[in-house]
Design a protein around this ligand. Structure first.
Ligand code: PMV
Length: 390
């Protein structure tokens, strides 16, 4: 659905009155960032990883424009590979758009900024063009069964077909699939669906190499012969009493380097696989504590998880000093994501105190509740910006 906003012209009419407002159609959608509570690195070897959506979000808005623009500048496919990839899938031959991206997720810090952008952009583009419906089913669209489908048109609507428009045409799974596909293509074919699923569905998502019987399985994902089972976790009301404080070291350490470092360690010392398996055991214990609302147990599992991440070599002195500063006021502390820099998280009942301690130690902080809302489409109108089915 479309947001109708009114632009008040700057020129006054000859009679001195402000001209009547002109409707300006705009579609807007937003998606949250994520952080990993348990299981980073071990997930590469099949162990479960747990991520939660955070309060920080990316918002994408679209309007028809004379030329392609992003944030007022000429659109450059090289600078915005995720948006370019989505444009090719959802907006081939569509009219030029002006895209605005706003948000408070720091880029390249392991908090899912590119997945959140991709999820929000997928939803906005889908909403802005609608979807063809054939025989009560999608005439085109991406599902877990056809994640790499290519739809080129022509988009003739036959008798009995209809076009779903606006918010009703947006599907959360489809946005997760598209976001995963464009993340993978922007990262040379490698990406787990953890970010895309968490930023799309919101809440708490668990990825594993097998179906976890005590969790809500949502779907399987396969990319380049690697498969993941994606689950959601129902969280109890006790999560309302705790916060995550995210401390950013400001150091950029590419995920691929940290993953390669762990791979080298395991190649040279195969016995260290025990530590990876122990992370898996801790993740499962953390999930059980989360489900029971035992926040002390969740915190303990986070801190234990961190000791193992440190032992496999993915922490660094800057992360350690933020973690030491946060520990006294927290239930649990650990690095989050690939490590080597990037961010740490603290689970706390005293977010102000924990945040101040991290900042005194030199980190920049963000505060979030656990398990924020997933994709949201803002809308108040129901006509597409472009109708490819006409
Ligand atoms: O950098 P992030 O937050 O996307 O986390 C990477 C997580 C790893 O387990 C280290 C890598 C992966 O592909 O799962």
């Amino acid at each position: 659905m479309l947001h109708q906003v009114f632009e008040v012209g700057s020129l006054l009419q000859p009679n001195g009155q402000v001209p009547p407002p002109q409707p300006l159609h705009m579609v807007q959608a937003s998606a949250p960032g994520k952080c990993i509570l348990f299981g980073e690195h071990a997930v590469v070897y099949g162990q479960p990883a747990v991520a939660v959506a955070i309060d920080q979000r990316m918002t994408v808005s679209l309007e028809i424009s004379d030329v392609w623009r992003i944030d007022g500048m000429r659109f450059s496919p090289e600078r915005h590979p995720h948006v370019e990839s989505l444009k090719q899938r959802l907006w081939a031959n569509g009219p030029s758009l002006s895209i605005k991206v706003n948000g408070d997720i720091p880029p390249a810090s392991g908090l899912g900024s590119s997945a959140a952008l991709s999820v929000a952009a997928s939803a906005a583009l889908r909403c802005a063009r609608g979807r063809q419906i054939k025989d009560d089913d999608w005439g085109e669209g991406w599902t877990a069964a056809r994640p790499n489908a290519v739809y080129t048109g022509p988009w003739d609507v036959e008798q009995g077909d209809s076009v779903q428009t606006g918010k009703d045409s947006v599907d959360v799974d489809e946005c997760a699939i598209l976001s995963h596909a464009v993340e993978a293509s922007a990262q040379g074919g490698r990406a787990s669906p953890l970010d895309s699923s968490t930023c799309s569905h919101g809440g708490c998502i668990v990825l594993s190499d097998k179906v976890e019987s005590d969790l809500n399985w949502i779907y399987s994902r396969t990319l380049n012969d690697v498969s993941w089972e994606v689950h959601a976790v129902d969280l109890p009301k006790e999560i309302e009493d705790v916060w995550l404080v995210i401390g950013n070291t400001g150091i950029h350490a590419p995920t691929s380097e940290q993953v390669a470092k762990v791979a080298r360690l395991l190649e040279n010392e195969p016995g260290r696989m025990r530590e990876i398996e122990t992370i898996g055991i801790i993740s499962r214990r953390g999930i059980a504590a989360l489900k029971e609302g035992n926040m002390e147990g969740v915190g303990r599992a986070m801190s234990e998880n961190h000791l193992l991440l440190r032992s496999i070599g993915v922490s660094c002195s800057e992360l350690e000093s933020l973690i030491s500063a946060a520990a006294p006021s927290s239930l649990g502390v650990k690095l989050t994501g690939a490590g080597g820099g990037g961010c740490m998280i603290a689970l706390t009942r005293n977010p102000k105190e924990t945040s101040e301690a991290i900042e005194l130690a030199g980190g920049r902080t963000l505060i979030s509740k656990i398990a924020a809302h997933g994709l949201i489409v803002d809308s108040d109108d129901n006509s597409p910006l472009w109708n490819p089915f006409e």
